[in-house]
Design a protein around this ligand. Structure first.
Ligand SMILES: [Zn+2]
Ligand SMILES: [Zn+2]
Length: 335
């Protein structure tokens, strides 16, 4: 969030001795002459709107820093003063600067909080009971034991002698063509040489810092104490940045087709590929499946190893590594 100053407004303080409302910059009560105590906060008079100060000198005063209370007589003095205007005491020896940055209350808010008695609700007891903790530990241990048992089942394998019943293979070749490809991206992410067709201003991200082509989104304005009797009207803002999101085209290789050959023998072959002028062969993939029967069970092994597959003639005998879920981990010919 970026903190933004909108302007400055006059504040007041209420004398605790005689209840008189005094203008913020006035340092001792206009009625009884008592100095403003350190703990008497400034208040905002006008609640509906901000009555912005135009006096440049007063604004500069508010920007020099909080007033200092004299350590001897309590009188407020400007931040720049060295000696107390009332008693001449040295302000650098124990002078107390007023609090700054807190949100200034309005007069009616201050009256309300004074009238309302402070209600303290007892905090609910935090923390878990011993029984709950023990139960949690037991539950975690049970889960761990279950996970370990499952892992052991998956990793434990049995050797089974089995016979090949049948086989299947599938080989395919992608066909690619050099053609116009359409895509979308932010203008600064588009690859060089691409042809930008059209762009639309689109929300991209939110930042704390003001930016070109950003929409400012601000919270409600409020008044902060400067410690001088003048309030600073501030707002927290963020910036929604918009940017060009574009449709573009480029020439590139694109998969346009795949030619597949399948069979149910141990002699796989690559499909015949006829290419046109602007085409080329793309990726080749091969997949083999060997089905077994052994110990009265059926097993399937899938691989991309063509050499191994070609050895798996129906009727040949193999040793299978089978896990407890019936999955075939590996195979080797039985000698
Ligand atoms: Zn007074
Ligand atoms: Zn003094």
């Amino acid at each position: 969030m970026a903190r933004k100053t909108i302007g400055f407004v006059p504040l007041i303080w209420i004398c605790p001795s005689c209840d008189t409302q005094n203008p913020g910059p006035i340092k001792t009560c206009t009625s009884c002459g008592a100095p403003q105590p350190t703990d008497i906060q400034f208040l905002q008079v006008d609640e509906e709107r901000f009555n912005f100060i135009k006096d440049e000198a007063l604004i500069r005063m508010a920007q020099t820093g909080p007033d200092i209370h004299c350590p001897y007589c309590g009188t407020r003095n400007p931040a720049t003063a060295k000696l107390c205007s009332n008693c001449g005491g040295d302000l650098s020896l124990g002078g107390k600067a007023r609090q700054v940055g807190q949100r200034v209350k309005t007069v009616s808010e201050a009256e309300k909080s004074e009238a309302a008695p402070r209600v303290t609700t007892p905090e609910p007891k935090k923390g878990l009971s011993r029984g709950a903790i023990l139960f949690g530990i037991i539950a975690i241990l049970a889960c761990l034991a279950g996970a370990i048992a499952l892992m052991m089942m998956l990793f434990r394998t049995d050797e089974i002698t089995a016979t090949v019943t049948d086989v299947a293979w599938e080989r395919s070749v992608n066909i690619e063509a050099y053609t116009t490809v359409t895509d979308q991206d932010w203008w600064d992410e588009i690859p060089g040489g691409a042809d930008i067709r059209s762009c639309k201003s689109t929300y991209r991200y939110t930042t704390d810092q003001p930016q070109a082509n950003a929409t400012e989104v601000c919270g409600e304005a409020y008044v902060e104490d400067t410690g001088t009797g003048v309030g600073e009207v501030v707002q927290e803002c963020v910036y929604d940045v918009y940017d060009d999101y574009c449709d573009y085209t480029y020439l590139g290789w694109v998969i346009v087709d795949a030619i597949t050959e399948t069979g149910s023998d141990v002699y796989p072959s690559w499909p015949y590929v006829a290419l046109e002028g602007d085409q080329r062969e793309g990726e080749r993939t091969e997949k083999y499946q060997i089905r077994f029967s052994g110990d009265g069970e059926r097993y399937i092994y899938t691989t991309s190893d063509a050499q191994l597959f070609q050895m798996a003639s129906p009727g040949s005998r193999w040793i299978l590594e089978v896990n407890s879920l019936g999955g075939v981990q590996s195979i080797e010919p039985y000698n």
